[in-house]
Design a binder for this molecule. Structure first.
Ligand SMILES: Nc1ncnc2c1ncn2[C@@H]1O[C@H](COP(=O)(O)OP(=O)(O)OP(=O)(O)O)[C@@H](O)[C@H]1O
Length: 311
């Protein structure tokens, strides 16, 4: 499976240009769509999930190289997409007084599992896969945020989708739940196209073999995270500074980001060579890539663009 997005644009009635000429190729596996609040992630996710239409552009789901009639036109053939789509929106409601097992069984009926025995098997398998089997009889209203998200994934997986869209799933999860949720996603990514939309850099760093960075409706980088990090190697320098020194550093250097580390301020700057005697080389990570791109450091951008692989 492969999702091809070509020239997709969307302007809302209030004049906000949420998507500007988006072009992406998304292969099987975990794909991270990373960007800040308001970047256009949900707009793109809802468009791929057939919940809204773009003003222009096309989206195609199919096997790479398959006959054109074997692939699905996502904008025009909504019913076909919905049959093979699992979508976990940013917010979803559950019936708080119903148990996970009953509600999943109900959704399985809607999904077309009319044979009772077959339906029980599917529901059990999904509850086990999402690690909810032991709590299947508890009311959903008592579930934690992470348990709810895993229940959402169980619902999304009914019917064996080949395209799964997960919009900002880890916001608000505690660290243990987050790891459990990401592990579940990576397992699913072995069989399907999974698009994870998030503003959390670590989610993408830990999980995704490919990614795009989106801001203000535009794609600023499409790359393999490891290649994008490698492209920055030798160009990121660190220095511990006092808060008073910071404005001067920001004036004189291309600051990628500042972090607090055990109460001290740590600055990362972008430069082709050692920017000064007080700096030392540091191993770049995906946060450096993200903030370099968002900060518009041209060098970083050009380098990262060179690592771009169009599949
Ligand atoms: N229905 C709508 N009508 C008008 N403007 C909208 C609508 N939905 C989103 N927008 C605007 O479009 C832009 C992109 O929003 P979108 O929700 O797609 O971004 P996002 O990256 O998902 O951000 P967030 O994480 O905050 O949801 C924002 O400026 C937002 O205010």
């Amino acid at each position: 499976m492969h999702l091809a997005i070509r020239g997709v644009s969307k302007t809302y009635a209030n004049g906000v240009r949420a998507l500007r000429d988006i072009n992406l190729d998304i292969p099987r596996g975990m794909y991270g769509l990373l960007g800040p609040n308001g970047a256009g992630k949900s707009t793109l996710m809802r468009t791929i999930a057939t919940l809204q239409e773009p003003d222009t552009g096309s989206i195609t789901l199919g096997e790479p190289g398959s006959a054109p009639d074997g692939s699905i036109d996502v904008v025009r053939e909504k019913d076909r997409v919905r049959r093979t789509l699992g979508y976990l929106p940013q917010e979803f409601g559950v019936y708080p007084s119903v148990s996970a097992e009953r509600l999943l069984d109900h959704f399985a009926v809607l999904e077309g599992f009319t044979d009772r025995a077959a339906r029980r098997r599917v529901v059990e398998a999904l509850l086990r896969q999402t690690n909810l089997w032991d709590v299947r009889r508890e009311r959903l209203g008592g579930y934690s945020g992470g348990m709810r998200q895993r229940f959402g994934i169980a619902v999304a997986l009914l019917g064996g989708p080949s395209l799964i869209i997960v919009d900002e799933p880890t916001a608000g999860l505690d660290p243990a739940e987050r790891v459990r949720f990401l592990n579940l996603l990576s397992e699913i990514g072995e069989q399907a196209v999974v698009i994870l939309s998030t503003h959390i850099v670590e989610d993408v760093a830990e999980l995704c073999s490919r990614m795009a960075i989106i801001d203000r409706g535009e794609i600023h980088l499409e790359a393999e995270p490891l290649a994008a990090i490698a492209a920055l190697r030798g160009r990121v320098w660190r220095r511990v500074v006092s808060r008073a020194e910071l404005p001067d550093i920001e004036r004189r250097h291309r600051v990628i980001c500042t972090k607090l580390q055990s109460g001290r301020t740590l600055v990362h700057v972008y430069d082709e060579s050692l920017p000064g005697p007080d700096f030392e080389a540091t191993e770049p990570d995906l946060e450096d890539v993200y903030f370099s791109v968002m900060g518009g450091h041209q060098g970083a951008r050009a380098e990262a663009a060179a690592s771009r692989v169009i599949s």
